[in-house]
Structures are given as C-alpha cells and as structure tokens.
Design a protein around this ligand. Structure first.
Ligand code: ADP
Ligand code: 5GP
Length: 204
C-alpha cells in the first residue's frame, strides 16, 4: 500500500556551493535560500577579521588561530582550508545533526575544501558557480570593495587554479543575469529532492 511520505523519510542532502571569489556565491545563495524550505546554511569558522557589518555567529564564527587549531585537533571540522592567508572550516556537528533530521545543508566554501568534502562524503552534490567570463571576477571583486588590491590580485591568482578542478563538480551554475543563476541553483536543489532514492518510500 502507498504510504504518505514521512517528515524524516531519509537523511538530507549535503550541497556544496563553491567557485572563485567574486563569482557571486553569496549573492546567489542569499537570493535562492529564503525561497527554499527545510534547508540549513552552514556557518563556517574562520580566522579572518570580520568585515564591516559581519556579525559573529551569523556570517562566520570568528575565531583565533589557537581556537581554529584546537577545532582541527578535536575533529570538529568536516573540512578546512587555508585560503589567501586565513583559515576557514566547516563545523561538522551542526551539519550532521541537520542532515540526520532530514534537512538539506548548504556549504558555501572554497575549492580545496569542497573537494575534501566530496572525498569524505561521496553523496554530497558539488555546485561550481562562475561568471560568464573570467574577467568579470576582477570587476566584481573591485565593485564589492571588501578587499584591498593586493588581496584581490591573490584571490584572482587562486581563481585560475580553482578553474582547473572545475570538471570535478556535479553542476556548474553560470552567474550572468542574477535571476537566472538563482533559478539554476534552485532547480538543482529541487531536482535533487525529486530523486527516486529520496522518494522511494512513496512507492512502498
Ligand atoms: P562570492 O561570494 O562568490 O565571493 P559575491 O556574492 O560577494 O561573490 O559577489 C561579488 C560581487 O559581485 C558583489 O559585489 C556582488 O554584488 C556582485 N554580483 C554578484 N552577482 C552578480 C551578477 N549576476 N551580476 C553583477 N554583479 C554581481
Ligand atoms: P571570504 O573571506 O570572502 O568570506 O571567503 C573566502 C573564501 O573562503 C570563499 O571562497 C568562501 O566561500 C570560502 N569559505 C568560507 N567558509 C569556508 C569553509 O568553511 N571552508 C572552506 N574550505 N572555505 C570556506
């Protein structure tokens, strides 16, 4: 007999949104996520200084190097990476409690960390966000105005190598017209939720 789908039929899906700095990860997610139900945005820990307007515990958990080191030693991070002079990492406990409760989780992280997640959690869905043209990265980073020129230059250098792992992702979202990129990302998340393995209980 057919069964109603229970609230907690299966574990949630881990979505990893990555891509070079300036591609628009934060902007696209900021628009897409409020319209998607039962999805949890993972807050990372970082040793970077807060930018004006960033709030501890909302944008990031801003921690000292010593604290970050003990999180690594305690196995408290699903992945971490050093990125242009600072450390960034994903606290694993919150991710797993959300996934176990049947909610999808989104990580917004750089490329090395994304590949580390895919190794540890092969079921994770990796989404690479890029602008339609590489030169737009520089324009967008300058227009965001959050980093000095030398940091922008280092982020762009990093972006060149990040593009080389692009073929290891499950999806590529092109962030040209913002609404279209939001639609692409939302469609990927919805399609994943429609996979048979996520709905098999409905057939029992
Ligand atoms: P990321 O999180 O990948 O580093 P952001 O979301 O901060 O990138 O976007 C970088 C800059 O580009 C921001 O100033 C943002 O307003 C701008 N931006 C994002 N998406 C678009 C878009 N589709 N068209 C034009 N500018 C964009
Ligand atoms: P920003 O300093 O611009 O906030 O972030 C720099 C880069 O670090 C971005 O690409 C961002 O997605 C990435 N990042 C943020 N949190 C994490 C994390 O927990 N792990 C990893 N590996 N990268 C992260």
């Amino acid at each position: 007999m057919m069964k109603m789908m229970s609230e907690q039929t299966s574990k949630g899906t881990l979505f990893v949104v990555t891509g070079p700095s300036g591609a628009g990860k934060g902007t696209v997610l900021g628009r897409a996520l409020p319209a998607i139900d039962k999805i949890h945005y993972s807050i990372s820990a970082t040793t970077r200084q807060p930018r004006p307007g960033e709030i501890d515990g909302q944008s990031y958990y801003f921690v000292t190097h010593d604290r970050f080191r003990s999180m690594i030693d305690d196995g408290a991070l699903l992945e971490y990476a050093e990125y242009v002079g600072n450390y960034y990492g994903t606290p694993v406990a919150a991710v797993d409690s959300e996934l176990n409760a049947g909610r999808d989780v989104v990580l917004e992280i750089e490329v090395q960390g994304a590949l580390m997640v895919k190794q540890k959690r092969p079921d994770a869905v990796l989404i690479f966000i890029i602008p339609p043209d590489f030169s737009l990265l520089e324009q967008r980073l300058h227009s965001r105005g959050s980093e000095p020129d030398d940091v922008i230059a280092r982020r762009l250098e990093k972006a060149r190598s990040e593009y080389q792992s692009g073929d290891r992702y499950d999806y590529i979202v092109v962030n040209d017209v913002l609404d279209e990129a939001v639609r692409e990302l939302t469609s990927i998340i919805i399609a994943q939720r429609c996979k048979t393995e996520k709905r098999i209980d409905l057939l029992r």
